[in-house]
Structure formats: C-alpha cells, structure tokens
Design a protein around this ligand. Structure first.
Ligand SMILES: [Zn+2]
Ligand SMILES: [Zn+2]
Length: 351
C-alpha cells in the first residue's frame, strides 16, 4: 500500500510498504481522510519529538520509519481474533492513544496520563496511508450524519472538549478564546456547545477572526489593535470573561488571557510553546484566578462525535484545502510551515 513514512527530520517519503495485518484484538481499516496536525509539522521540522527516541515500551517503535497521521476517519475492512465491537463496513474514527491499561492512571480511567502512553501516528503507524491497523479499544463508530471529512475532526475536537472539561466550564459563563487556529476555533465551538454564554475570540489574523465570527463567536478582537480586555469588559458589564482558553501558549497569549479575564477566572492553557512563560502571580493572587492545563484527551471522543452528529459543532468552514497523500510534503506540510496563516485544516486523502 501507499503511505507517507517519516524517516527523519525533513525526510518524509511517499512509498510502497507491505499491507498491515490485523492481529488479535486489532482492527484493520481503509483510511478515508486524515487531517494534518501541528505536531506533524513539528516532527517534520525538528523531530523526533512525539515519535519516541527509544523503543516505545508498548509498541517497540523508535525513531522511524513510522507512518504519521492521527486525525482520521476510516472504514473497517477486517477484524482480528476476538474483536466484537466493530465489523467490516463500519464507518469509524480512532482514538489514537495507546496505553498500558495497568498503571495507576489507566486503572483510574486517566489514560492520557498513562506512564507508558504512546500515540498512533508517532509510536505506531498512523493514517497517512491507504490502510491502518489499530487496537479495538480505540476504534469508535461514527454515524451517517458525520461525513468522512467531519470524522477527521473528531480527534482535534476531542482536544477541545477535554479542555472545556478540564476547565470545569460553568453553564452560562462568558468565555474568551485566545488564538483562532484549528484548536482555538474548535474550543470556541465546544465551549458554546457545552453551554457557554458569550464567547469572545482574540486573534491577530483577520481571516481567522472572520472564521471565528462565522462559526459562532459573539465578538472577535485583534490583540494588536487596542485593548481587548477593555473591549470585553464593555460587553460584560465590566466583568470581563469568566473563563479564558489560551490556545497559543506563549508569553503574549498568556498575558492576553490574564488581561481579558475577571475575578476568580479560570485560565485553561491548551496550546503550549516550548519557552517558559512568566506568570504575574500578584495579579492572579489578588483576583484568585486559577490556571489549569489541558493536554490531549481521554474519553471525549463520544462527546465530540455527538457534537458533530447533531451539528452543534460545524467543521466544514475549517477545511481550507484537500490534497492527496502524494502531495503531503509539498502541498501540505511545507505549505503549512511557510504559509500557515493561509490555512486552518488541510485534509489528506490516500488517493
Ligand atoms: Zn494532533
Ligand atoms: Zn497506563
């Protein structure tokens, strides 16, 4: 089969590899479409990053060659021994987390904290390919009302739903989302779907602000023009936002999250850059603001599927390009690295 294989940084090759086989407890699927994630760009530019450098304790894979791609929809073509929950022909998506099921965190249902956590598309072959094989426990059916394209958003939407849950969002609360990239735009829609009141988006790029407004933001602000905190104060009787989601994770975005929130606000850090961030403790202390972190997802896939199935979350406007896997590097990864601001999500098709 054809697949996009990561061999090293700046070395992803489209090649023919043997078809994978479904072992016991595994499901073989035909990939329909797979989105390109920021982490894929990271692996291309400066990996191995999430790709394990040492043999992964559960999968044994390290340093490539590995097939990237972890945001996808697919159709079951074969099931391994003992698989009962799906059958050939089922339309599915896959929670790509691979976990041990035995450590303290797994046993308390906190899979994303598994001490041996791995992810398909990094520590196991992913979905920039014609076929894939995944453990049954990660495979979830998608209903007919969720298209194959929308199915590729279940994974990033699960990131957004997890953030809303980690932040313990209160129904009716006002929310500020800092950064309207793919995750910020999905956090904004997930917060609305979960019952937020007003939802504000702060984003320097005009096209992304327009997209946020088109997909449900109450008001959008350019952080480079004027004081977003004051403007949000004007729309909330001077209170500012009750919750903020920092979907960028650098000093400027964190400072914005502090500025646009009011007393006892919760700031949920979703995106995170590698550099340390200075935190103005005195301002957080005086107003008893909280910082919480949200990294990945656990069991939010069914919620994400439900939001897509009934239309509460609309991902169609977020698809800015569709390409073939043959063009993954030139029209996908390189394009996003060089002209990322022109795109939100690029979907990749095996043919
Ligand atoms: Zn991702
Ligand atoms: Zn575990």
């Amino acid at each position: 089969m054809k697949a996009a294989v990561w061999h090293n940084r700046e070395d992803i090759r489209i090649e023919n590899v043997p078809d994978p086989k479904a072992g016991p407890g595994q499901v073989k699927v035909k990939i329909k479409t797979c989105g390109i994630c920021g982490s894929d760009l990271h692996e291309y530019k400066s990996g191995p990053f999430i790709i394990p450098a040492k043999p992964h304790p559960l999968t044994g894979r390290a340093n490539g060659p590995i097939i990237l791609g972890h945001e996808f929809s697919a159709e079951v073509v074969e099931v391994g021994e003992g698989v009962k929950s799906v059958k050939p022909g089922d339309r599915v998506t896959v929670n790509p987390l691979i976990y041990c099921g035995k450590c303290h965190y797994c046993r308390t249902g906190q899979y994303v904290m598994c001490t041996k956590l791995g992810t398909a598309g990094f520590a196991w072959d992913g979905a920039f390919a014609e076929l894939g094989v995944f453990p049954e426990y990660g495979v979830l059916k998608i209903p007919d009302s969720v298209s194959d394209d929308a199915g590729a958003f279940v994974e990033p939407l699960a990131v957004a739903v997890h953030a809303v849950r980690r932040a313990r969002l209160r129904i009716g609360a006002s929310v500020a989302v800092v950064g309207a990239g793919p995750i910020g735009l999905l956090v904004m829609q997930a917060a609305r779907a979960a019952g937020a009141g007003k939802v504000f988006v702060i984003e320097p790029l005009k096209g992304r602000r327009e997209l946020a407004a088109r997909t449900g933001a109450t008001a959008v602000f350019d952080p480079t023009q004027g004081d977003a905190g004051k403007a949000i104060g004007d729309l909330t009787d001077g209170l500012r936002a009750d919750w903020a989601f920092d979907c960028v994770g650098n000093q400027a975005s964190f400072d914005t999250a502090v500025k646009v929130t009011g007393r006892r606000a919760v700031i949920c850090v979703v995106g995170l850059a590698l550099k340390p961030i200075e935190v103005p403790f005195i301002r957080l202390w005086g107003h008893e603001k909280e910082i919480v972190f949200s990294s990945g997802y656990e069991d939010e896939f069914p919620a994400a599927i439900a939001y897509l199935a009934d239309g509460r979350v609309n991902v169609e406007p977020l698809i800015t390009a569709r390409i073939k896997v043959d063009d993954l590097v030139d029209k996908g990864i390189k394009e996003l690295i060089e002209h990322g601001s022109d795109y939100v999500k690029i979907l990749v098709y095996p043919k």
